[in-house]
Ligand binder design. Structure first.
Ligand SMILES: CC(C)(COP(=O)(O)OP(=O)(O)OC[C@H]1O[C@@H](n2cnc3c(N)ncnc32)[C@H](O)[C@@H]1OP(=O)(O)O)[C@@H](O)C(=O)NCCC(=O)NCCS
Length: 173
């Protein structure tokens, strides 16, 4: 059976369900901004990420069903990028790993980036495990770096270099 997961560039058909995913407590509780996003905020974010070449917003599909979103954002020259991602609130377990694998393949083999950086709030154990499972190095902790309105949280920083990725996947550069 062929691999029916595909990663494709976002288009306007994705915008309505993305705001629903993003506002689901299972997702927004792990974001830096945890309030319910308005339609205007969503549209202005969509405008930003679809009109600037430094953003690469992508959708993971399985059998034509959207299951995940990832945004790779080049933040510095030399191919250094951040990423942010979430799976559909009803996606089956294992979807995150598929999203991560496909996004890293795109980042390193298509975009030819040098480094991907991720940040996870300290209580986001799924994301911390996800980064480590994909081969990211835990680079450090930004102590009490996020205030959620009531409490400070540490932010855990992860990084994956292209060379390390090629070693993990046995790909040629
Ligand atoms: C982070 C996220 C993408 C992971 O997706 P997922 O489908 O749960 O990922 P997987 O099922 O492939 O699991 C990845 C690893 O995390 C582990 N994991 C999943 N949920 C977990 C949890 N609640 N606590 C601890 N580990 C967890 C899995 O067991 C797996 O590890 P393993 O391979 O050793 O078994 C998803 O949970 C999500 O969208 N979370 C909300 C948004 C978010 O946190 N985005 C990232 C912000 S930094």
């Amino acid at each position: 059976m062929s691999n029916r997961y595909i990663l494709r560039v976002i288009d306007s058909s994705d915008y309505p369900y993305l705001i629903q995913w993003r506002n689901d407590p299972r997702i927004r509780n792990y974001m830096y901004t945890q309030h319910v996003i308005t339609a205007e905020e969503h549209q202005s974010w969509i405008n930003k990420i679809t009109t600037n070449d430094s953003y690469h917003p992508l959708i993971l599909e399985y059998n034509n069903e959207p299951l995940g979103f990832v945004n790779i954002h080049q933040i510095a020259q030399g191919g250094i990028a951040d990423w942010g991602f979430y799976t559909s609130p009803v996606a089956p377990k294992g979807t995150g790993s598929k999203l991560g694998e496909q996004a890293l393949n795109y980042a390193f083999n298509t975009l030819k980036l040098h480094k991907i950086c991720g940040q996870a709030l300290d209580f986001n154990f799924a994301s911390r495990k996800f980064h480590k499972r994909l081969g990211f190095k835990e680079e450090g902790t930004l102590e009490q770096h996020h205030f959620d309105g009531q409490k400070y949280h540490d932010v855990i920083c992860f990084g994956l270099l292209a060379n390390a990725y090629y070693l993990i996947t046995n790909n040629e550069k």
